[in-house]
Design a protein around this ligand. Structure first.
Ligand code: DX5
Ligand code: ZN
Length: 218
C-alpha cells in the first residue's frame, strides 16, 4: 500500500457490458459508483438494484458517490448492500454527522463530498466523523469535464488541517483527473483519485491505472 488509491468511475463504462467492464479494472483500489437522481444534479444514472449487482460482480470494493437529494433517507441502503464506502454531499444532508455514524455502524466507510463552490472550513471540526472527504474538481453531474484548478487551494487547506490534527481521513478528488492533472491534486494533498474517462476511455485500463498511480506518486 503506497497510500495512493485509484478509483475508476463506471460512469464512463459501457453500461450494457458492466461485468466485462468491471473485469478490466481489477488492478484498481475501488470502483467508483456515481448515483445521480436528476434532482441534486441534472443527470440520472442508477439506484440500489444496479449497485447491488455491481457489488456482486466487481473484483474490487465499491466506493459509492451519492449525488442525490435526501441522502439521510437513501445512503444507509448502499451501506447495507455492502459498499466499502458511501459518500453523500454536504449540500444535501440535513444531519451529516448522524448519517456518517449510521454508515459506520452498518460497516461502511463514511464519506462527505463538497461541490467546487462549497467551503471546506465547516468540515474542520468533523474530520473524526468521516473516513474520507471528496473535494469535487468539476461540477458534479457529468463525466468528461475539465479539471478545475481553482479547487486546489481549498483541498490544500483541508489537507493542512487534517495533518495538523493528526487525522487519518482520506482526501479524494473527482472530476477531470488524468495523467496531466493528477500530480497537482496529489501535490495539494489528495490521496484518493477518481478517474472515469481517463481509465475507461483508454485502450488498456490496467495500463491507465498504473500510469495514474505513477503520476500521483511522482
Ligand atoms: C461527476 C462524477 C465523476 C465522473 C468523473 O459528477 O462524480 O465521478 O465520473 O468522470 P471524469 O473522470 O471523466 O471527469
Ligand atoms: Zn463521482
Amino acid at each position: 500500500d503506497d497510500g495512493i488509491r485509484i478509483n475508476p468511475s463506471i460512469l464512463a463504462a459501457d453500461f450494457a457490458n458492466m461485468q466485462a467492464e468491471l473485469a478490466r479494472i481489477a488492478t484498481a483500489d475501488f470502483v467508483h459508483v456515481d448515483v445521480m437522481d436528476n434532482h441534486f444534479v441534472p443527470n440520472l444514472t442508477f439506484g440500489p438494484q444496479m449497485v447491488e449487482r455491481v457489488q456482486a460482480t466487481s473484483p474490487v470494493p465499491l466506493d459509492v458517490h451519492l449525488m442525490i437529494t435526501d441522502p439521510d433517507r437513501w445512503a444507509p441502503g448502499y451501506a447495507e448492500i455492502g459498499a466499502a464506502s458511501v459518500t453523500f454531499h454536504l449540500e444535501a444532508a440535513t444531519e451529516p454527522v448522524a448519517l456518517a455514524r449510521r454508515l459506520r455502524d452498518i460497516g461502511s466507510r463514511a464519506g462527505v463530498a463538497v461541490k467546487p463552490a462549497t467551503p471546506v472550513e465547516s468540515l474542520f471540526d468533523l474530520l473524526d466523523d468521516f473516513d474520507q472527504i471528496l473535494v469535487m474538481t468539476v461540477e458534479p453531474g457529468f463525466g468528461g469535464q475539465s479539471f478545475m484548478p481553482e479547487t486546489m487551494p481549498k483541498l490544500r487547506r483541508l489537507a493542512d488541517e487534517a495533518r495538523r490534527r493528526g487525522s487519518s481521513v482520506w482526501l479524494q478528488v473527482d472530476g477531470g483527473i488524468g495523467e496531466s492533472t493528477i500530480a497537482q491534486a496529489a501535490e495539494a494533498g489528495a490521496d484518493t483519485f477518481v478517474a472515469g474517462s481517463a481509465v475507461f476511455g483508454a485502450g488498456d485500463p490496467a495500463h491507465a491505472i498504473a500510469g495514474l498511480r505513477a503520476a500521483a506518486a511522482a
